[in-house]
Design a protein around this ligand. Structure first.
Ligand code: GRF
Length: 194
C-alpha cells in the first residue's frame, strides 16, 4: 500500500478522485493526510473521508523558507511514501523539494514543457494552440520542469473559454492522476530523479 499525503489549494477535485479510488480495497494507495496553504474548499473532501488535514499559511510566517519548513514538518509527521501536489498553487523552495524528491509529484494542466506556471490553461489558449492537456511529473527545483511520468492530450475547441477548457482538462487529469499513483504503487512506474 502506497501511503500518500496530498497537498491542495482550491476545490480539490483531483484529491476527491483519489479519495474515491481509495474506497476500492484493490486500489493500492491510502491517503494519510491532506495539507493546504489556505482554508480552501477542498479540505471538505478530507473531512468527508475521515482523513486528517492541516493548513500551513504563508501569511503566518516571516518568510517562505520558514513556511516551507513547517509544511515539511507537518508532512513528515505522517511518514508518507509519496507527496502529491494536486492543485497546490505555491512554488516550493529547493530545500523542501530536496527533502522529498523524487517522491514528490505534481499534476499540471498543459502538455509540458509547453505552458508551465500558474496559467497553463490560459497560456495555451492565448498561444492559439489546437491542443493542450495534462502532465504528471516528478517535482524538481524548477517550476514544472521535472521528469514526466504521464501525459494526456485534450483538444482545444473554437468555442472554448478558459473555464470550459480547464473543466475538460480536469476530467482527463483526474483519471490520469488516479492511474499514475496506482502505477507508482504497483511499481509499474518507478520514481527516480533523472
Ligand atoms: C488542476 O487542473 C491542477 O492541475 C491545477 O489546478 C487544478 C486544481 O483542480 N494546478 P482541483 O483543485 O483538483 O479541482
Amino acid at each position: 500500500m502506497l501511503k500518500a499525503v496530498v497537498l491542495i489549494s482550491g476545490g480539490g477535485s483531483n484529491l476527491k478522485a483519489i479519495l474515491e479510488a481509495t474506497e476500492n480495497p484493490e486500489y493500492p494507495v491510502s491517503v494519510l493526510a491532506v495539507g493546504a496553504d489556505n482554508d480552501c474548499d477542498g479540505l471538505a473532501h478530507a473531512d468527508n473521508y475521515g482523513v486528517p488535514s492541516f493548513v500551513v499559511s504563508p501569511g503566518n510566517f516571516a518568510n517562505r523558507a520558514e513556511w516551507a519548513e513547517e509544511l515539511l514538518a507537518q508532512i513528515q509527521g505522517f511518514k508518507p511514501d509519496i507527496v502529491i501536489l494536486a492543485g497546490f498553487m505555491r512554488i516550493l523552495p529547493p530545500a523542501f523539494v530536496r527533502a522529498l524528491s523524487p517522491n514528490l509529484i505534481n499534476t499540471h494542466p498543459s502538455l509540458l514543457p509547453l505552458f508551465p506556471g500558474a496559467h497553463g490553461v490560459h497560456d495555451a489558449m492565448v498561444a492559439g494552440a489546437k491542443e493542450t492537456g495534462v502532465t504528471i511529473h516528478i517535482v524538481d527545483e524548477g517550476v514544472d520542469t521535472g521528469p514526466h511520468l504521464a501525459q494526456a492530450k485534450v483538444e482545444i475547441l473554437p468555442e472554448d473559454t478558459e473555464e470550459s477548457l480547464h473543466e475538460r482538462i480536469k476530467v482527463v487529469e483526474r483519471q490520469l492522476l488516479v492511474q499514475v499513483v496506482a502505477d507508482i504503487a504497483s511499481g509499474k512506474i518507478q520514481l527516480s530523479a533523472n
